[in-house]
Design a protein around this ligand. Structure first.
Ligand code: ADP
Length: 671
């Protein structure tokens, strides 16, 4: 397939990794890239990589990336012939697709009618049912009377799953185990749906106990041709959202694959689809059912690219430009196996609460034919509160599943992130878990294997502590040397860097804090090494700091290297078992912190109060949900840290809170 100029310039109405990824293909095709950005993204990677960039507005997406007029104005100003919406933001907004057409700009996506048809889960089901596509037993009608819905739930049989018709991102979904709970859960789901999607309609499905999420990548051109590019298994999920995806789906027979592909193609044809789309199925035992269709490029499209050797963004651009599908169904060959792991700034220990912060260090293994990293950030960039907290996608390929899985584990082990909490350790434990290797995969995988996947940090070993000391000593020495050189009097005793002290004191106590733990060592300054005494051992330590924050160490003859990242008194040491954050103990600031201790509940991150669940004066048990906060498009519940009394509620639903603000005044009750 020769490279031809599909468009002269393309505006990418998105940010982060997907904007960078679309630009990569644009560059390959000789298409000029136009980026758009919010004030928060002025220095972002996608802006730096574009040929041209336009400011849309303030940080909140509603005033920037979701502002359809602002995006169109940028397109007009830049003379872009087409707009690629990426995923999220305006990608499934039929009004936007329509406005593009009116403005004479090509929307790289399906026709507005197809977006509308699939925009509501209920309407999508009506269309799919008529096209003969299998559906999960359930109810997706117009009637929304609670009593009638409860009757439908009874007919379907418990447990059932309530979903928001207009839903997405796992929001507004509720599992109901028994008839006694249906009324309350319906009300709650409707409230949630109304708040999130300004549409409180719901549908009910049979809740499958151990399902797999399998989706088919489809493609259709403007000439009525449609085909599929095989399937992806996205069953490894947390909070009903994907974490690791793979292609092909393990254990699917060629005939099942052909069946699913054919059903997906007929679904696409049923709505006059064009471009890239994904038909999502939920599968249990030998059966599969239609769940929904996403009328855009998916986050996980790289696994399909890896096993087919195709560039899906190139296909999107060609089809949008009016070209026929580049290949015929028979020409698409499945080659080997691929995995994608989504690296998120989040805290798996706290129910995957999104995390924010500056990436003081971010490094990935080198890309190759079998390893691809799609990232939208680099060292020094910040993960903020306004957008999705995904840092990168790590994608691997291998001749078979076992080979690919080995590469995934290895790539994750060689990925380094410092500055924000991430799910990296969890991803690596999944990749190394025997049940995952043995295909024992369904959407309950993470919860079921929690005990194996959430491993507590092991105690800091004497060698690790010695490395921390060595890093600190060498770092201190380097700073002192720089200071001495700058002062012009390197021979002054005040600029001596050898560890010589007044009173001939040639040893020093180093104390590091790690969360609740305290690590202590005594360092003896020797002529050509440090003696580092930890517990009952003294290690003979030498080393040097290399470029990129690498520490080369020698401990009693054992040599190695590790990355160390400094931030004031904080050291992040990237050991093979994970990042250890140690803080050099400073008795003065410690005294201040001790004084600030109180029984209050504070916002773990900036956000909005969604719901207040208790009233002032009541006594609650440990773990009782008190306040629901919404931050970074996710809900987070603040729970009572112990049995205690609610002294004060400082905010109401709808209020915005800063990180660290006290939300609930709380008093621990004894006994
Ligand atoms: P959303 O659009 O909010 O992401 P989906 O309908 O795509 O919601 O479902 C998201 C996930 O929820 C699925 O991948 C699956 O894990 C789970 N799920 C959806 N429907 C069912 C069901 N009927 N039974 C069990 N789990 C389900």
């Amino acid at each position: 397939m020769g490279v031809s100029l599909v468009f002269k310039s393309l505006l990418i109405a998105n940010r982060g990794e997907i904007a960078c990824r679309v630009m990569r293909t644009a560059r390959k095709l000789g298409v000029r890239s136009v980026a758009v950005y919010s004030e928060a993204d002025a220095e972002a990677l996608h802006v730096r990589q574009a040929d041209e960039a336009y400011l849309l507005g303030p940080a909140p997406a509603g005033q920037s990336y979701l502002d359809l007029e602002a995006v169109l104005a940028a397109a007009r100003a830049s003379g872009a012939e087409a707009i690629h919406p990426g995923y999220g933001f305006l990608s499934e907004n039929a009004d936007f697709a329509e406005a593009c057409a009116t403005a004479g700009i090509v929307f790289v996506g399906p026709p507005p009618a197809a977006i509308r048809a699939m925009g509501s889960k209920s309407e999508a089901k009506v269309i799919m049912e008529a096209a003969g596509v299998p559906l999960v037993p359930g109810y997706h009608g117009e009637g929304q009377e609670p009593a009638a819905l409860a009757e439908e739930a009874e007919r379907i049989g418990y447990p059932v799953l309530i979903k928001a018709s207009a839903g997405g991102g796992g929001k507004g979904m509720r599992i109901v185990e028994a008839a006694a709970d249906i009324e309350a859960q319906l009300a709650a789901a409707k409230r949630e749906a109304a708040a999130a999607f300004t549409d409180d309609r719901v549908l009910i499905e049979k809740y499958l106990e151990r399902p797999r999420h399998i989706e088919v990548q489809v493609f259709a051109d403007q000439r009525g041709q449609a085909m599929h590019l095989f399937e992806r298994d996205c069953s490894i999920q947390r909070r009903h959202q994907k974490v690791i995806e793979e292609a092909p789906a393990p254990g699917l027979s060629p005939s099942q694959r052909a069946d699913m592909g054919a059903v997906a193609v007929s679904a696409a044809k049923a709505i006059g689809y064009q471009g890239a789309g994904t038909v999502e199925f939920i599968a249990e035992d030998e059966r599969f059912y239609f769940m929904e269709m996403n009328t855009r490029l998916q986050v996980e499209h790289p696994v399909t690219e890896m096993v087919t050797g195709l560039d899906l963004v190139e296909w999107q651009l060609r089809v949008a430009a009016g070209e026929p599908l580049p290949k015929a169904q028979e020409e698409i060959v499945l080659m080997g196996h691929a995995f994608e792991a989504r690296l998120y700034a989040e805290d798996p220990e706290r129910d995957f609460l999104p995390a924010t912060g500056r990436l003081s260090h971010l490094s990935f293994p080198d890309a190759s034919a079998s390893l691809r990293v799609d990232a939208g950030v680099e060292t020094g960039d910040a993960i903020g509160i306004h957008y999705d907290p995904m840092i990168a996608k790590i994608v691997v390929h291998g001749r078979d599943r076992a080979t690919a899985l080995g590469r995934l584990a290895d790539a994750l082990a060689r990925t380094e992130v410092v500055g924000v909490k991430t799910n990296l350790a969890l991803l690596e434990s999944i990749a190394r878990h025997p049940a995952f290797a043995a295909f024992e995969v369904d959407t309950g995988f993470i919860e079921r294997n929690r005990a194996d996947l959430f491993l507590p940090m092991e105690a800091l070993s004497p060698e690790e502590l010695a490395c921390a000391c060595l890093a600190e000593l060498l770092h201190g020495r380097a700073l002192a040397e720089a200071r001495a050189a700058a002062s012009g009097d390197p021979t002054s005793p005040w600029n001596d860097t050898s560890g010589w002290r007044l009173n001939a004191e040639t040893q020093r106590r180093l104390v590091f804090l790690e969360g609740e733990n305290r690590h202590e060592a005594v360092v003896h300054y020797r002529t050509d090494h440090f003696g580092i005494e930890t517990g009952d051992r003294t290690l003979r330590a030498t080393g040097r700091l290399e470029s990129g924050g690498r520490l080369a160490f020698d401990l009693d003859g054992r040599r190695g290297r590790l990355t160390v990242v400094w931030r004031d008194r904080e050291l992040d040491l990237l050991f093979p078992g994970g990042v250890r954050r140690l803080v050099l103990f400073d008795p003065l600031s410690a005294a201040e912190e001790a004084e600030a201790g109180s029984g209050s509940l504070t916002a773990p991150m900036p956000g909005k109060i969604a719901q207040v669940l208790v009233s002032e004066g009541v006594v609650v048990e440990r773990g009782t949900p008190l306040v629901v906060m919404e931050a970074m498009k996710m809900e987070h519940t603040l729970a009572a840290p112990a049995r205690g009394r609610i002294l004060a509620l400082r905010f109401a639903a709808g209020d915005t809170v800063e990180e660290g603000t006290e939300i609930v005044g709380f008093e621990v009750e004894e006994g």
